[in-house]
Design a protein around this ligand. Structure first.
Ligand SMILES: O=C(O)[C@H]1O[C@H](OP(=O)(O)OP(=O)(O)OC[C@H]2O[C@@H](n3ccc(=O)[nH]c3=O)[C@H](O)[C@@H]2O)[C@H](O)[C@@H](O)[C@H]1O
Length: 450
């Protein structure tokens, strides 16, 4: 029997309503899965960005990815900046790639080269081994002098290749490194990554470049290690490093030999002796002693195991800059091309020191006078941390080949450093008046802080 017409209508309405509910719930389901999918995508993207930008090591696998996120690298505008920065403005001027250009020695050398009309392109990874804001301040200074620093890592082969594709560099001044003797015990891998892998990465690209550049690079006085002959000469033994830092610099010297031998690269290693001065490195003793003395904090002054004073051949930055430029000026051309050696090429190593070691206690006394504050000296036996008891350079080879002659004694150099320090950090040493430190601004040129 057929239902009465009202009941049939109600049943139809019921079916219709349930159909609408089903449609609505399907729509809702679709909408929420879309939302879920988008949210997942967003979280994944955030995670990828986070791990890429914060990847802590120098793993080359991740660098191109990291770069492409950060990047300003590549593109017509970028290439124009790279070319403009590297173009010399004097006849027969050099086109120099300065690695570690935002570093202490790198920033000073970049400005000195630019000042005399050479083209300079910087490369720096702005790592946080010490306060990166100091590196950024140096970068701003270089930028004011039309020096562009490409932000990138030595282990980024494709980036280096790109730079050499854009610019036919005549020279490389390779100063990028993991510095610091004592920190090597805390972070050994960073020394291997920068000073060995990074150096090889640069040499691989340089040997394939056409033309091959001449390379001048920073070795270290620390390669003399346990050498007891004095003063240190390039002819002395360097096979007993006392720290991993020294071992990686010594490895660099051997690696330089190999690339010179196989590919005809012209290579000059410069053994720097405890370089100090304005815009210096905060991890070095003279720098953190200054900070600690001003803050009334105690400082550790090392003495040797046989109760003697520890001494260093502290070398002022302007002298080292002159040494670097002298080495560049006398560097012969590499002889290879396209990865093939055509003839024997120049291979050199030089000490760049001050030739007069000063005990660390004396350095503290000079700082006390400049700062008008007494240091809280905590004299302790040198811990087993890779430090050597003394350094002393014989620089006769650098003098003979490019007229290197250090001219700044420690008291003069520290006065310039303190003058910069108080200006940069805005502190007032009590001795300001007596020593005529004056003030300086953070925009003072490195090497022109007087
Ligand atoms: O010539 C180099 O190739 C190296 O020079 C520099 O190393 P170093 O000569 O060790 O300079 P730096 O740390 O300033 O210690 C100075 C003195 O203070 C003593 N020292 C140090 C710390 C401390 O707390 N107390 C102390 O007495 C310490 O024992 C030492 O006698 C660069 O950092 C390094 O990167 C590398 O370039």
């Amino acid at each position: 029997m057929a239902p009465p017409p009202d009941m049939a209508k109600t049943a139809k309405l019921e079916r219709y309503n349930s159909y609408i509910r089903r449609v609505n719930s399907t729509k809702l389901l679709n909408a929420s899965s879309k939302l879920l999918f988008r949210a997942t995508l967003l979280i994944a993207l955030v995670l990828v960005l986070f791990f890429t930008l914060n990847y802590p090591t120098l793993s080359s696998d991740h660098l191109p990815l990291r770069r492409s996120f950060l990047s300003s690298v590549g593109g017509a505008a970028w290439e124009k900046r790279v070319r403009h920065s590297s173009t010399p403005r004097r006849p027969n001027g050099f086109s120099v790639l300065v690695t570690g250009a935002a570093g202490f020695v790198g920033s000073h050398c970049s400005l000195a080269l630019k000042k005399r009309g050479d083209g300079v392109l910087g490369l720096d990874n702005f790592n946080d081994y010490y306060d990166p804001s100091l590196k950024r301040a140096r970068q701003s200074l270089l930028q004011k002098h039309q020096i562009f620093i490409v932000e990138g890592d030595l282990n980024d082969g494709p980036l280096l290749t790109k730079l050499f594709d854009v610019v036919p560099f005549t020279h490389v001044l390779h100063l990028a490194a993991q510095a610091g003797v004592r920190y090597a015990m805390q972070n050994p891998q960073s020394y291997v990554a920068s000073n060995i892998a990074g150096f090889v990465s640069l040499l691989e690209v340089a040997k394939n470049a056409n033309p091959q550049p001449a390379i001048v690079w920073a070795s270290s006085s620390s390669v003399y290690g346990l050498n007891t002959e004095n003063p240190f000469s390039e002819l002395h033994r360097t096979d007993r490093p006392a720290s991993l830092y020294a071992a990686t610099k010594k490895a660099g010297e051997e690696i330089a030999h190999t690339y010179n031998h196989i590919y005809g690269l012209s290579l000059t290693g410069l053994r720097f002796f405890t370089v100090y001065g304005p815009w210096g490195r905060p991890d070095m003793a003279y720098f953190f002693f200054t900070k600690d003395i001003l803050q009334g904090k105690p400082i550790d002054v090392y003495r040797t195991h046989d109760e003697r004073e520890v001494a260093r051949d502290f070398t002022y930055i302007d002298d080292v800059v002159r040494g670097c430029l002298g080495a560049l000026d006398t560097a012969e051309k590499s002889t290879g091309s396209g990865g093939k050696k055509k003839a024997p090429a120049q291979l050199r190593v030089y000490n760049l020191g001050n030739t007069s070691p000063v005990p660390v206690g004396r350095l503290v006394t000079i700082l006390e006078a400049l700062l008008g504050a007494k240091a809280k000296r905590h004299v302790i036996t040198m811990p087993s941390n890779g430090d050597v008891p003394f350094t002393h350079a014989n620089v006769s080879q650098a003098w003979r080949d490019f007229g290197y002659k250090p001219t700044t004694d420690l008291a003069t150099g520290l006065r310039k450093f303190v003058k910069w320090y108080v200006g940069y950090y805005g502190v007032q040493p009590r001795a300001k008046k007596e020593l005529r430190l004056g003030t300086t601004t953070s925009t003072d040129r490195p090497g022109e802080s007087d």
